[in-house]
Write a protein that binds this ligand. Structure first.
Ligand SMILES: *[C@@H]1O[C@H](CO)[C@@H](O)[C@H](O)[C@H]1NC(C)=O
Ligand SMILES: *[C@@H]1O[C@H](CO)[C@@H](O)[C@H](O)[C@H]1NC(C)=O
Ligand SMILES: *[C@@H]1O[C@H](CO)[C@@H](O)[C@H](O)[C@H]1NC(C)=O
Ligand SMILES: *[C@@H]1O[C@H](CO)[C@@H](O)[C@H](O)[C@H]1NC(C)=O
Length: 806
């Protein structure tokens, strides 16, 4: 009871009333004596009742085997809990609450631990009682209350209850989940303040959402709830500083009432007509047999929460709409709830984000849709003033970072995830322009939409062109890799469990490839087949299954596995992804993603089907993939065989390097001689033929040749040329550059001719890459930066010929 000295008549009357009601309750209360217990039982609510039976204290079954110690309205059929002890910690069947002279203790039956207790300082509890006001009290012999549920509220206030400055009302997590939710209210700085807290990081970044502007100088110290349904903030001296809910004298008779901060963050005053006849004429205005809200705060929580941090009233990527006075959360078109059972958790896009690569044509797969009466306050990363709606639409569409724009004479761009989304008829000046991927344009492909191609179009690995050359590498490599073999096996074994590689049986892969039927490529290493594997959830994926020729393999099952694992650890958008493998007896197979557009070799030469910009995009993509292999993998991977046959193209013509890491798996063929390489004049760096260390710079050399081929759309070695000087592309390019005639290289390519500055730059980069002295060649990182324009390209040295030095 309040011990505040009362100065006003009003307060005296009020106190008198409270005292009267409380002593009246005392007279009729049924005592709970020391040593009394209640047990949580299935389908049976054991409880201690208030004298008139209005309220009960005891166990409520919330889940199959989850019980809540609670107080509830005992005379109405709907389960209406007004207080609970262990919402965060439900107890099992058989758990017991016991009253001792130290207080009240709830003990879990399975753990034997105390889950909750109503502690009183010292001893002296003589009895407990459930009162007809809904207050459960522990008292001493002199009827002084040592503990009251009214002083330790959860989410509900009842008439006559007072909310002081210390306790807060905290909403539960959801309608039926009684653990602590994110909203709470508290008397703070003279006001009743509504807060959102970050559940994952309590105490961090709490946000006020009501009142919008705190009344300065407000000196409220407690919230009171009187019998006429009036909930108000009262100052120390008894004056009412703020009326929160209106008073209605009808409510004081014939209605149950409660004020609750609900899980949606709204504080509502509810009434429920009592069953008896004398509940007055006005009760007819309210439906019987149910709780009706009479007023609530704030008016529209969807509009109230708009802090620049946090998701807003609903989760990220969802918007809030008030329906029948309650906020409901909705996902945008193209998005779905992360957890359909918990809509407050927000939504996720059903589509892949837009590709941000320069020159990516992924933008064609996106479209902007519009929604009226919506807004997403806060969280803009770019704003344009006075812009047309169409321009705003395009500004977002062509910006891969933009997920959504708000238009209303200005254009606000938002990145994902977006927050504070709200739809309301009052919002007239803004609309949402939402970016979504067009239907059916998803880049994840299932087997059904793969068009079968003929063998010669889709060459997945070496077509035999430079087989001789390869074997020479491998011959030289043998020495090099033997040195490293031991170390790499140890390393891979340590990481063996971390990849997502699938270990297929041979039978599974036979089935996946329809009995190794559709061959899509062949080469020195073995044969490649098209197939289709299941990835669970009815997802299928088109794959290329590479069956390694057992004669080409080195011994050692473990070593094979270890190398495969290290390939499996790579993950880059410019590499072909290894999905799995088979290592069963003499069967060694590798399962890769299927690349629908085949190899660069099949598209580049002759009448190239690739435009200048596509080719340069492939050049940059390949450089990025190589840079990754050289510098960003756990262990450096030197490809040793960069050439157009080993650059594959996916649906979007993105360059994807394949066959990396294979050099370590395959055996060298020692019957070949080095004579072949002179005639081929391929992609092989000169140090292979000298006694020089082989480093990542061999890939840089091969890349330089590839880059020239991409620029000129021709093979490095072309026998049928008018002028003998043009036979070796590297030599010819060097001559052209030296004489300032780079134009000659792209003579028949109108697009390239319009971009001569770029052509020149790329030629210079290529000439740097094919320097005979490996130390003069740039790293792939520098190549990448030069191509992208972040590093200036200086003039390459020209003194020697590039091939003649063999
Ligand atoms: C309740 O218990 C107290 C203390 O033991 C006692 O004084 C009081 O008379 C009891 N009341 C009833 C109604 O039994
Ligand atoms: C209630 O929600 C919390 C937070 O999501 C969760 O951890 C807990 O398991 C839920 N409890 C019940 C009884 O569903
Ligand atoms: C409740 O408080 C309101 C003021 O907020 C007052 O008008 C009303 O008379 C009070 N009712 C009772 C039963 O005390
Ligand atoms: C997308 O695919 C479905 C089913 O395959 C088809 O009915 C629909 O017309 C397609 N939509 C577009 C835009 O191609």
């Amino acid at each position: 009871m309040s011990t505040t000295s009362s100065h006003t008549i009003f307060l005296s009357l009020f106190l008198l009333m409270l005292l009267c009601s409380s002593s009246a309750a005392d007279q009729t209360q049924r005592n709970v004596s020391l040593g009394s217990t209640l047990t949580a039982k299935l389908n049976q609510n054991e409880s201690w009742l208030s004298p008139a039976g209005e309220y009960a204290f005891g166990f409520q079954q919330i889940q199959k085997d989850g019980f809540l110690l609670a107080i509830w309205f005992n005379k109405i059929p709907q389960k209406t809990i007004v207080w609970s002890a262990n919402g965060n910690n439900l107890v099992r069947q058989g758990s017991i609450v016991e009253l001792t002279n130290l207080g009240l203790v709830l003990r879990d039956s399975t753990t034997g631990r105390d889950v909750w207790s109503a502690d009183v300082s010292g001893t002296g509890v003589s009895h407990a009682a459930m009162t007809d006001t809904g207050n459960f009290v522990l008292a001493n012999q002199n009827h002084v209350n040592l503990w009251e549920s009214f002083d330790n509220p959860t989410d509900t206030l009842l008439p006559t209850q007072v909310l002081g400055q210390d306790p807060e009302l905290a909403a539960r997590y959801s309608e039926s989940n009684y653990s602590t939710g994110k909203y709470y209210i508290k008397v703070d700085n003279g006001n009743l303040v509504f807060y959102v807290r970050r559940l994952t990081m309590p105490g961090q970044g709490n946000i006020i959402y009501w009142p919008e502007n705190q009344t300065p100088g407000n000196d409220g110290t407690q919230v009171r709830f009187n019998q006429s349904g009036s909930i108000y903030l009262q100052a120390q001296n008894g004056t009412i500083t703020e009326q929160l809910t209106p008073s209605n004298s009808d409510f004081s008779k014939g209605f149950y009432q409660r004020g609750i901060l609900e899980y949606d963050g709204v504080f509502r005053h509810y009434i429920y007509p009592k069953d008896n006849d004398d509940n007055g004429s006005n009760s007819r205005a309210w439906p019987s047999g149910e709780w009706s809200p009479t007023s609530f705060i704030p008016d529209n929580i969807c509009l109230s929460i708009r802090a620049d941090k946090g998701p807003g009233a609903c989760g990220y990527n969802s918007y809030c709409k008030l329906e029948d006075g309650r906020p409901s959360c909705h996902c945008l078109s193209g998005y779905t709830f992360i957890d359909s059972k918990d809509e407050m958790k927000g939504c996720k896009p059903n589509f892949e984000a837009q590709n941000c690569d320069e020159d990516s044509e992924d933008v064609n797969n996106f479209t902007m849709i519009s929604m009226d009466n919506t807004n997403w306050p806060q969280g803009d990363y770019e704003v344009f003033t006075s812009m047309s709606e169409d321009d705003c639409r395009n500004a977002c569409l062509f910006d891969c970072f933009c997920a959504l724009a708000i238009y209303g004479d200005s254009c606000w761009k938002k990145r994902s995830p977006f927050s504070n989304g709200v739809m309301d008829s009052s919002i007239k000046s803004t609309k949402t322009l939402l970016k979504v991927r067009k239907e059916n344009s998803t880049t994840t492909k299932s087997c059904n939409n793969i068009v079968s191609k003929t063998k010669d179009q889709t060459t997945l690995i070496v077509t035999g062109a430079v087989i001789v050359g390869i074997s020479v590498f491998l011959h030289i490599l043998l020495f090099f890799f033997r040195l490293h073999r031991k170390a790499s096996v140890v390393r891979s074994n340590q990481t063996i469990t971390k990849t997502n590689l699938q270990n297929f049986t041979f039978a599974e892969l036979e089935k996946a490839t329809n009995g190794l039927k559709e061959q899509i490529g062949s080469g020195a290493f073995g044969v490649v087949f098209k197939g289709c594997v299941e990835l669970g959830n009815n997802n299928t994926l088109a794959v290329a299954v590479k069956k390694l020729d057992s004669n080409m393999l080195r011994e050692g099952e473990q070593e094979f596995q270890a190398e495969v694992m290290s390939i499996g650890h790579t993950n880059h958008k410019n590499l072909v992804k290894l999905i799995g493998f088979c290592n069963e007896g003499h069967h060694r197979l590798l399962v890769y993603e299927y690349m629908s557009n085949g190899s660069l070799a099949s598209l580049l030469f002759g009448h190239s089907k690739l435009k200048w910009h596509q080719r340069m995009q492939i050049a940059v993509g390949t450089a990025r993939g190589l840079f990754y292999l050289h510098e960003e993998c756990n262990t450096q991977i030197i490809h040793c065989d960069i050439k157009p046959q080993n650059i594959l193209l996916d649906d979007l013509y993105t360059a994807r390097i394949c066959d990396f890491g294979l050099a370590k798996i395959l055996k060298t063929d020692q019957t070949r001689t080095t004579t072949g390489i002179r005639g081929t004049k391929g992609y092989v760096a000169p140090e292979w033929f000298r006694n020089l260390a082989v480093t990542a710079k061999v890939d840089v050399y091969s890349y330089g040749i590839l880059l020239l081929e991409l620029i000129c759309c021709r093979k490095n070695v072309e026998e049928n040329v008018e002028d003998d000087a043009q036979m070796i592309l590297a030599d010819w390019a060097c001559d052209c550059y030296e004489s300032g005639e780079v134009r000659c290289l792209v003579e028949n390519d109108d697009e390239a001719l319009e971009e001569m500055k770029m052509v020149e730059k790329y030629v210079m980069v290529a000439l740097w890459c094919i320097q005979e002295d490996p130390s003069l060649r740039p790293t792939m990182k520098k190549v990448m930066l030069m191509l992208e324009g972040s590093v200036k390209v200086s003039a390459p040295p020209l003194s020697n010929s590039f091939i003649s030095s063999l």
